[in-house]
Design a binder for this molecule. Structure first.
Ligand code: ATP
Ligand code: MG
Length: 200
């Protein structure tokens, strides 16, 4: 298995992928290769199949035909929680009754990490998304762009090898969108650097 940090190898591959809903073809013979470390975007009008492809990569949907490979492994029959992916949904879906830090650490809670460990990781990620000391706020006390960043931190907490973002910037005004685009790229590079330094 190639690692996602190795830029020489394709990390996510879609080969001859078709996705059908009954008679309706949502994805037609898609062939895409994404290298390790690459920042890759699907662009297209509403309804063209962007979300559908992300769901196929993350395992929420099996292609009708064709193959999804991650790290050289065929993902057929492997569910979303067994894949090295994290998908940030189009509608964000932060938990409104949890504090910001608890939202971020949710994946760790599911894995049975204790409260102190969860808080520590959440604080590190809050630092990363440039929201230090905001962990005790409730979700409704954040701006749109801050919520967006919390959703990203929550996905990163699971330490995914592939981070999938479904129009993470669509809810933002133009200025904030441009800012977040730069910030997302920076976060990706920062996380990449962290991974590399801790890699044996
Ligand atoms: N579960 C489903 N059952 C039937 N049709 C579906 C289903 N999910 C998606 N579709 C259809 O597949 C097409 C692609 O949908 P998808 O959600 O991938 O679009 P999108 O490119 O993400 O659009 P948007 O930019 O509006 O989010 C649409 O025509 C949609 O109606
Ligand atoms: Mg969509």
């Amino acid at each position: 298995m190639h690692t996602h940090r190795d830029r020489r190898f394709p990390y996510v591959e879609l080969k001859d992928v078709w996705i059908k809903f009954g008679d309706f073809v949502a994805a037609r013979d898609v062939n895409i290769t994404i290298q390790g470390g690459e920042f890759f975007s699907f662009l297209g009008p509403s309804g063209c199949g962007k979300t559908t492809l992300l769901r196929a990569v993350s395992g929420f949907l099996e292609p009708s035909e064709g193959v999804v490979n991650i790290g050289g492994q065929n993902m057929a029959g492997i569910g979303p929680n067994k894949r090295p992916t994290a998908l940030i949904f189009q509608n964000l879906a932060l938990f409104p009754l949890m504090a910001v830090w608890e939202n971020i650490a949710f994946a760790l809670e599911v894995r049975g990490v204790g409260k102190a460990g969860r808080r520590k990781k959440a604080d590190e990620l809050l630092e990363l998304i440039a929201l230090p000391d905001q962990g005790d706020k409730m979700v409704h006390e954040l701006s749109g762009g801050q919520k967006q960043r919390v959703a990203i931190a929550r996905a990163l907490a699971a330490e995914p090898e592939v981070l999938l973002l479904d129009e993470p910037l669509s809810a933002l005004d133009l200025k904030l969108r441009q800012h977040m685009r730069t910030e997302l790229r920076a976060i990706q590079q920062r996380v990449g650097i962290t991974c590399r330094t801790t890699w044996p």
